[in-house]
Design a protein around this ligand. Structure first.
Ligand SMILES: O=c1ccn([C@@H]2O[C@@H]3COP(=O)(O)O[C@H]3[C@H]2O)c(=O)[nH]1
Ligand SMILES: [Zn+2]
Ligand SMILES: [Zn+2]
Length: 252
């Protein structure tokens, strides 16, 4: 299984694209989140929307769903097929009613299902979403009272999405569930009110930090290279083999 980040930036970053990913397994491609910058980022990497085998969403912010209107229109009018859309059951109604309906709906009775093959997921119930790719949604805290999810793929790869700091969850993932690779959002400056901030991540035990790769960071990320403990910044557009991601040895 390989991953290529379309972007590794925070919602307000301008030198990095939105934090969206391509997960590739056995020739199939899953788009994880589709933010405002995703259409252009896909194009720049040589992809079109028809190259995607499915789309998976973590939550409703524009840096994670803002590219879906263009994707839906291109799939309908250019490629003439409905893309598979995985999302938590709690997100289905808000995605249509509070976000996409305003732009996509042209006939009064049109719904999300007219544009996507919608596949709702239940939190905590792992299922195979593409051949060889198992996903479990883990509910995490981001914005109070709004549904938000982290992703656990094939029992070993944890993708935090946007989340506040949850060291107990990270401990249980690594020490009880055998997670080997953690892609974690990383707001570079404290306080981490709706995100996890770097000073919080630096309090993790070294044995956990060694599994952590940092994403969703701000434009001043270059200032922090070498100041992330045992954790490593993920670079956008670089392809990482998740089955063989060496844990970097760093001096303490
Ligand atoms: O209560 C709030 C809600 C939002 N925000 C900002 O808006 C951004 C929306 O996208 P994001 O979730 O990647 O990051 C969020 C933050 O940068 C915030 O600072 N406090
Ligand atoms: Zn975000
Ligand atoms: Zn968010």
């Amino acid at each position: 299984m390989k991953i290529q980040m379309l972007g590794t930036g925070s919602a307000f970053a301008k030198t990095f694209n939105n934090n969206n990913a391509l997960l590739k397994i056995d020739g199939l491609t899953l788009l994880v989140d589709c933010g405002i910058t995703a259409p252009k980022a896909l194009h720049e990497l040589g992809y079109n929307f028809n190259d995607l085998d499915a789309i998976l969403l973590t939550h409703m912010h524009a840096d994670h769903i803002g590219g879906l209107e263009e994707l839906a229109f291109q799939m309908k009018f250019i490629y003439k097929r409905k893309p598979i859309l995985y999302l938590a059951d709690t997100l289905v109604a808000p995605l249509w009613e509070n976000s996409l309906r305003g732009g996509l709906q042209q006939e009064e009775n049109e719904t999300l299902e007219d544009f996507f093959e919608v596949r709702p997921l239940s939190e905590g119930q792992a299922q195979e979403i593409l051949p060889g790719l198992k996903l479990e949604l883990i509910a995490t805290r981001h914005i109070p009272n709004k549904p938000n999810y982290s992703l656990l793929f094939n029992d070993f790869f944890y993708y935090s999405g946007d989340t506040t700091f949850d060291p107990d969850l990270l401990d249980s993932l690594v020490n009880s569930r055998g997670v080997r690779v953690i892609f974690h959002d990383c707001q570079l400056h404290a306080p981490g009110v709706v995100h996890t901030c770097l000073p919080q991540l630096l309090t993790l035990p070294i044995a956990i930090q060694q599994h952590v790769f940092l994403m969703h960071y701000g434009d001043d990320q270059p200032d922090f290279i070498g100041h992330t403990g045992q954790m490593t910044f993920i670079e956008q557009h670089r392809i990482y083999d998740l089955d063989d991601l060496t844990i970097p040895e760093k001096g303490l």
